[in-house]
Ligand binder design. Structure first.
Ligand SMILES: CC(C)(COP(=O)(O)OP(=O)(O)OC[C@H]1O[C@@H](n2cnc3c(N)ncnc32)[C@H](O)[C@@H]1OP(=O)(O)O)[C@@H](O)C(=O)NCCC(=O)NCCS
Length: 177
């Protein structure tokens, strides 16, 4: 049941949990991400510890973790880019197959969007591989639409990805009253 699913911001000491979730996601759904499994496997454990410590407190980048009965089962990252407009993005979205279709993905996207909205984002962007038709439907149902921007995928430059955007919803932005 979806009631067993919870989402919490990453804690500073969850570098190993973050590494395990990134590894599992790239193993299970390599088509969905710009990074490769080899890149994640070859990264130093300290890199994940540093990211967790940063994402636990930063005002410009974070990670949310999905739990089922207390066990980590998915993740999403959220960050502001370094352009003058400071566009807000979600990335690295993944839900373990055993708990899909229980709205965990929706909970992760909404948690990340609410956090970005609290930091002032008027809209949230997501890059999505054009071949990832399931995720395209998922994002469309959550109110994301195409920006018209396309780009090659870094791990497979012959394949393309599309930039999607969703206006921040009032119910996801408590600060807007
Ligand atoms: C995409 C992904 C994160 C979705 O996770 P999930 O927990 O199954 O998501 P949800 O349960 O919230 O939504 C799943 C289904 O319910 C639908 N849904 C979600 N919210 C809904 C709502 N409010 N009303 C009706 N349907 C809804 C979705 O459209 C989706 O249906 P579909 O798969 O038949 O198109 C998951 O499939 C995944 O990890 N895929 C592999 C990695 C990936 O593609 N990541 C995206 C990278 S950009």
């Amino acid at each position: 049941m979806s009631s067993s699913l919870t989402v919490r911001r990453i804690a500073a000491d969850q570098g190993e949990t973050y590494r395990e979730l990134r590894t599992a996601s790239l193993r299970e759904a390599p088509y969905a991400f710009g990074e490769t499994l080899d890149e994640v496997l070859s990264a130093d454990a300290a890199t994940f510890a540093e990211t967790a410590a940063l994402h636990a407190v930063s005002a410009v980048s974070t990670t949310f973790i999905l739990y089922t009965e207390g066990h980590p089962a998915g993740l999403i990252c959220a960050f502001f880019d370094e352009t003058p407009q400071h566009h807000a993005f979600v990335c690295e979205l993944w839900v373990a197959p055993a708990v899909r279709h229980l709205r965990g993905g929706e909970m992760l996207v909404n948690s990340a969007s609410a956090w970005l909205a609290e930091q002032g984002a008027p809209e949230v962007y997501a890059w999505l591989a054009d071949a990832n038709r399931n995720a395209m439907r998922f994002y469309e149902r959550l109110g994301f639409g195409p920006t018209g921007e396309h780009a090659p995928i870094s791990r497979a430059p012959q394949q393309t990805q599309t930039l999607l955007v969703r206006r921040v919803r009032r119910e996801n932005a408590a600060f807007q009253g």
